[in-house]
Design a protein around this ligand. Structure first.
Ligand code: FES
Length: 301
């Protein structure tokens, strides 16, 4: 290896040694400070994002994160790594043994120059790794809160008071035969997944399916209003045919047989809510729905 204009080669370590030892120390400190700033800014960015985010603060911290890595790497590369340029003469293709040895020594010196600064290397690795890690945050947060049991249960519970949209409790005389209304549990009036359609099909107890002998007292039947196809509210009741119609894709549910779908894309019956009247004639739920309401990603019996 030799320098341009056929000067004798200047080993990297010699070139680097031209930087005074005190200056080298200062530059190492500068590089370390840059990486530390980057790490702290990344942590700050993560905390800010987790707490809800603030665009200006996030922008400033992102600037500090990337700026710290950038300035640190540039300073390290410019002042701490041996500098060239070195040009190999081309007049001889086959290199001499001495030249090969010089090359190997040169490479060795270069790697030692880097290897002497493991602390800076670790700091740089930490700042880059942390920055990579923080990029996962938007993906994780965008997934939203954990649904817990929200997909499989509703606010309906054993004994829930059945109320109308105005919060008034439903009694045995609330509906005439052929009447229909939307009801909710008293603790979730207006709730999207607890909305239930209440129909009165007669005056005598009505059994829609075996095992549901007590679910329809005095001809009152209650079904989830959330369509099992795509979740639209099933709000149209045709008294003549005793069918519920979903207006979104025209699914028809036969009320008397447990809201089984008889037309349209809905794949499953509307879940039925078991209800009863207390001694004062007020309506309550015997229990919650025995299956998830609405369209399902699961298979139901
Ligand atoms: S959402 Fe009810 S039929 Fe499509």
């Amino acid at each position: 290896m030799s320098k341009v204009d056929n000067e004798s080669p200047t080993p990297p370590e010699v070139a680097n040694s031209q930087v005074p030892e005190r200056s080298t120390r200062s530059i190492e400190i500068l590089v370390a400070v840059c990486f530390v700033i980057s790490v702290l800014a990344t942590v700050g960015l993560a905390v800010t994002y987790w707490l809800g985010g603030q665009p200006q603060v996030e922008g400033g911290l992102l600037f500090a994160t990337l700026g710290g890595i950038g300035v640190g790497m540039v300073a390290w590369g410019k002042y701490l790594v041996p500098q060239g340029p070195y040009v190999q003469e081309r007049d001889t293709i086959k290199s001499e043994i001495l030249e090969r040895q010089a090359l190997l020594e040169s490479l060795d010196r270069g790697s030692k120059a880097v290897g002497r600064r493991p602390f800076l290397g670790k700091l740089m690795g930490a700042s880059i790794a942390l920055f990579g890690l923080i990029n996962l945050f938007p993906f994780l947060r965008s997934l939203g809160p954990v649904p817990k049991k929200a997909l499989t249960t509703t606010p309906w519970r054993k004994g829930s008071a059945v109320v109308g949209p105005d919060g008034k409790q439903v009694t045995s005389s609330t509906l005439e035969v052929g009447g229909v209304m939307t009801v909710f549990p008293s603790n979730d009036v207006g709730g999207a997944i607890s909305q239930t359609v209440l129909i009165r099909v007669g005056t005598a107890n009505w059994t829609t399916r075996p095992g549901r002998e007590t679910w329809g007292p005095l001809g009152y039947l209650a079904f989830s209003k959330v369509c099992t196809h795509a979740g639209c509210p099933v709000g149209l009741y045709e008294e003549l045919t005793q069918q519920l119609l979903c207006p979104c894709h025209q699914s028809l549910f036969d009320v008397l047989t447990g809201a089984t779908p008889v037309f349209g894309p809905a794949p499953r019956p509307l879940p039925q809510l078991p209800i009863y009247f207390d001694s004062n004639g007020n309506m309550h739920a015997q229990a919650g729905y025995d299956q998830p309401v609405g369209p399902g990603y699961w298979e139901r019996p």
